[in-house]
Design a protein around this ligand. Structure first.
Ligand code: AVI
Length: 319
C-alpha cells in the first residue's frame, strides 16, 4: 500500500511566502513577482484550460512529439527506472511514458498545487494499481530539500515537460539543471522545450481570443485577495503579453487602469493608472542555446525529438 500524498510544505508557510514576495513586489520598482504564484487550485484549473486552447500550440505539440517517439524515449531510459516529475499538474503526459516504459520502479509527482496533484495522482493510482507512487506538494525549485532523494536509486529519471523551465530566470534555469544533473547521476532528464518561432504565433498563444490567459494572469491578484485579505480589483488590470525578441521571451504583465489603494498585510500602497506588475517570463530556446546550457550544467544531450514545424522539442539529457 503506498502512502497518501505527503504534505511537505504546510499551507501556512506557503501563504507566508506568497505574502512576503507580494509585499516585496509592491515595494519594488518595477513591480515583479515569480510566476509560481499563479498555481493555486483556480490557477491550475485555468492553466488546464489554457492547454486546451486552439492558440496554445505548446501542449498538443508536445503531446504529439511524445506520442510519436515515446518508444525511443523508453528504450533510452531502460528498465526499472524511477520517474520523478517536476511541476506534475494533471499527469496526462506521464501516462504515455509509464505505458511505454519497461517495468518502472516507482513514480513521484512534485507540484506546488496540492489539491490538483493529489486529485490527479488518485486517478493515476486507480489506473496503475501495481506501481508505487506518491505526490510531494512543494516548490520543486527547492530540489535538494525534497524527500524524494533520501532513498537512493541507481536509475532515476526526471520528467519535466511543458517547457516550464522557460518560466525560470536564466540563473534559476542554470541552478535547476546543475542540481538535477547531480541528483539524477546515472539516470537523466526528459525535458520539454518551447522553441523560438514566428512572434505572431507566440503573441496569439498568450493572448487567446477567449480571454483564459487574461483570467489566469488576473487570478494572481484574486488569489492575494482570497489568501492574504488584500483588496485588489483584478478587473481594473489589463492583461498585457508580448514577445521580447532580444530576450527571446514572452512577457506577461498586469497593467493597472485606475488608481487603487491596496491594503496588504497591514501595509498600504497606491497603484497609479499605467503602473504594471510583471507576472511571468516564458523563455523560448533555440536547439543550440538549450543544448549548450544543458551541457554547461553537467548533462550530455543525447537525443532530441521535435514536431515537423519545429515548434517544440523534447530532449533526453543523460546525467
Ligand atoms: C507553465 N508554462 C510553461 C506556461 C507558459 O507557456 O509559459 C504558463 C503560461 N503562461 C501563460 N500561458 C501559459
Amino acid at each position: 500500500m503506498t502512502p497518501q500524498a505527503a504534505l511537505h510544505l504546510v499551507p501556512a508557510a506557503a501563504a507566508a511566502e506568497f505574502g512576503r514576495d507580494l509585499l516585496d513586489c509592491l515595494r519594488r520598482q518595477p513591480h515583479a513577482i515569480a510566476p509560481k504564484y499563479f498555481y493555486d487550485a483556480t490557477g491550475s484549473q485555468l492553466f488546464e484550460r489554457i492547454c486546451a486552447l486552439p492558440e496554445y500550440y505548446l501542449t498538443r505539440t508536445e503531446l504529439a512529439v511524445l506520442e510519436r517517439h515515446v518508444g525511443e524515449m523508453a528504450a533510452l531510459i531502460g528498465p526499472g527506472a524511477e520517474i520523478v516529475e517536476f511541476g506534475a499538474g494533471s499527469l496526462t503526459k506521464v501516462r504515455l511514458l509509464l505505458d511505454a516504459l519497461d517495468s518502472p520502479a516507482r513514480f513521484t509527482a512534485i507540484d506546488i498545487s496540492g489539491d490538483h496533484v493529489n486529485a490527479a495522482l488518485a486517478a493515476l493510482r486507480g489506473d496503475y494499481p501495481g506501481l508505487e507512487m506518491e505526490a510531494i506538494v512543494d516548490d520543486f525549485t527547492r530540489m535538494e530539500t525534497l524527500p524524494v532523494w533520501r532513498v537512493g536509486h541507481p536509475r532515476r529519471i526526471g520528467f519535466f515537460p511543458g517547457s516550464t523551465i522557460g518560466n525560470f530566470t536564466p540563473e534559476e534555469a542554470h541552478r535547476f539543471l546543475s542540481t538535477a544533473s547531480r541528483l539524477l547521476r546515472g539516470g537523466g532528464l526528459l525535458i520539454g522545450i518551447d522553441l523560438v518561432k514566428d512572434p505572431a504565433l507566440l503573441h496569439a498563444a498568450y493572448n487567446d481570443a477567449a480571454g483564459v490567459t487574461a483570467a489566469f494572469n488576473r487570478n494572481l491578484l484574486a488569489r492575494a485577495n482570497r489568501e492574504l485579505g488584500a483588496n485588489f480589483d483584478p478587473a481594473a488590470f489589463a492583461h498585457y503579453a508580448f514577445y521580447n525578441p532580444q530576450q527571446r521571451r514572452v512577457e506577461m504583465h498586469l497593467v493597472n487602469q485606475a488608481q487603487q489603494e491596496i491594503r496588504l498585510l497591514g501595509q498600504h500602497f497606491v497603484l497609479l493608472p499605467g503602473e504594471a506588475i510583471h507576472t511571468e517570463n516564458s523563455y523560448k530556446f533555440t536547439p543550440e542555446s538549450f543544448a549548450a546550457m544543458a551541457s554547461y550544467c553537467g548533462f550530455a544531450p543525447a537525443a532530441q525529438w521535435c514536431d515537423p514545424e519545429r515548434r517544440f522539442a523534447i530532449y533526453w539529457l543523460a546525467a
